[in-house]
Design a protein around this ligand. Sequence first.
Ligand code: LRH
Ligand code: MN
Length: 395
Amino acid sequence: MSNDFDEARVGASLDALVAELPSWGFSNTGTRFRVFPQPGTPRDTWEKLDDAATVHRYTGAAPLISLHIPWDTVDDWGALRAGAEERGLHIGAINSNTFQDEDYRLGSLAHPDGAVRAKAMRHMEECCAIASATGAHALKVWLGDGTNYPGQDDFRARKRRLQDALRAVHDRLPGGVRLLIEYKPYEPALYHTDIQDWGMALLLARHAGEHARVVVDLGHHAHGVNIEQIVAILLDEGMLGAFDLNDRKYGDDDLMLGSINPYQLFLIFNELAAAAAAGDTAGTCARAVAYMVDQAHNIEPKIPAMIRTVMTLQEHWAKALLVDRAALCAAQRSGDIVGANTALKDAYDTDVRPLIARWRAARGLPEDPLRAYLDSGEAEARAVARREGVPAGWS
Ligand code: LRH
Ligand code: MN
């Protein structure tokens, strides 16, 4: 399957593929049952930058870090931006947080009380100012808003509150910053969630304005939902803005990318690769998609998990690029079902690791970044260096 031409083409595409790491992926996280602290966990936003820079240093493919407000709040955003750039990083998306404050029990931008909605809007304005100060490419809004019981609130009234609020947020965006709207079917709300699926996120993005797009978090779908089909639809509409990459077995588990269902990841990237080759709306949209990681490393070591994640991202991206599109299209046109599926499976079953190892070596990177990090002794040194103080967490 792979030849010199493919090698150069895949190599060029890997050069353009950048992962955006979540600051919170380096913090202590857990479930409602327990947060297991880990040695060497960062104690502030600067040390989260250090850890993201370490992943980028070993992989050469993770130059962006997402921030979450207020988890990552600092006194001087300009200094943080400079600190990131000194470490070879750029600030990616700014994530709002209207799901932890006392006042948001009944929601935030969809809350029945105008005073609470105004408070949430002020938080969005603060996030816009932070996006401007840090050179972020987007404001990402995920709302936990919803209800726990039938009758608790009016679906249509909440929908209209959200439409007005997200348009107002859109109109406050700094220049060059996109509004990324993330959907999720449930949790923390247990009866209905206001932005529960891609259709609602698309509708709200359309209402909000031209700089609004939809975020597809791989863990935010009911079982059996065809995510690659959703991706194809959003691409065709020019409305796919970004992914929150992770994996899951049951709920919104935020496990390592490709650790449970790697074939689904390949099928999703196949839609991106197919669209990216096209010169239409879908193509333009595909080339502007942000590959953000959204994981919580509750029991596994965080930096190795992130390095593994970036490697998995590169491997499944490369496999998607190796699909023989001419053969696939011919089979689709002629109704050759087995032939069409085989065109995908052949690419998926291709071991691209030697190709990517050569790509790394040619760029002075370790052929196996994970092995190189584990053998470096950095983890042990970090655990000692960060013995004192309070490790960062989700609160
Ligand atoms: C919500 C979510 C969202 C983030 C949070 C850390 O489940 O996916 O993207 O704000 O995780
Ligand atoms: Mn997410």
